[in-house]
Ligand binder design. Sequence first.
Ligand SMILES: [Zn+2]
Ligand SMILES: [Zn+2]
Length: 287
Amino acid sequence: MNRQDMREGLSHTNRCLYCDTPFYEEISWRWAFGLTDNQLLCPPCQNKLESITTIGCSMCGRPSVEKTMGKTGGSDPSGSDPPEIGYVDPSVRLPNTFIKHPDVLCLDCERWKDTGIWADHPLQHRALYVYNAHLQEVIARYKYRGDAKLSELFSGKLKKLTRSLGKIDTVTVIPLQEERLWERGFNQAELLAERFPVQHVLERTSSSDKQSKRDRSGRIAALKGAFSLSTAARQTDWQDKRVLIVDDIYTTGATLRAAAEVFYTEGASHVFAVTVARATGKMKREP
Ligand SMILES: [Zn+2]
Ligand SMILES: [Zn+2]
């Protein structure tokens, strides 16, 4: 057996799902027993993802101020602006899991509490990664260029992130606007949620159009009543139910809060959300 054969005997050749570069993955006993995920990205692509390991807000899951990884990590796509450090107490480093009593709040969540409508309707959210330039590219590729396979990168990890949630009665996704669905042919959130028993219970109303171009107060106003329950879901008893919403990017949280409001209005006790990417600081809005 030559050196190359030996190497192949102990490792596994993959192609990076993102850049298509072949790479070797060492086979460990954990991998052999199915205890870890198959490596889907080459090491350079993997290293550019900034995992959120600790959070500074137990409600919205805002990451702790310091960058969590990112030795070779992507930078904030908005350029040289510093992150909005004032939002989180830098000493707060909570584990990135859901908790029973989320009472450590960032300034943004404090502001949401003051908006009235959402005061008694908390939305506990957790994300896998910081929305950096590299992740923006990865998401754009599967979302707009139809490379649907890329969602495999995240669906299993999203499932793991929800292990700390406890019992959930309904898992759902944010519906895409009709014309977007027509253009793309798929709802990216649905692909991300493929490991969950997803039920399609939300519908968009006409007032949710073009919300991404408004400022914060405009977005809040437009999002009131942006979603409604589908006809079938209106027959469901939502009293004291626990609902999980899966989506791709958390920017201001306004869309997810508007969706959560539909369930709270029907009597749900808790609404949670998980996303792949958490925008921090001044991010460019998604197109
Ligand atoms: Zn790669
Ligand atoms: Zn927060």
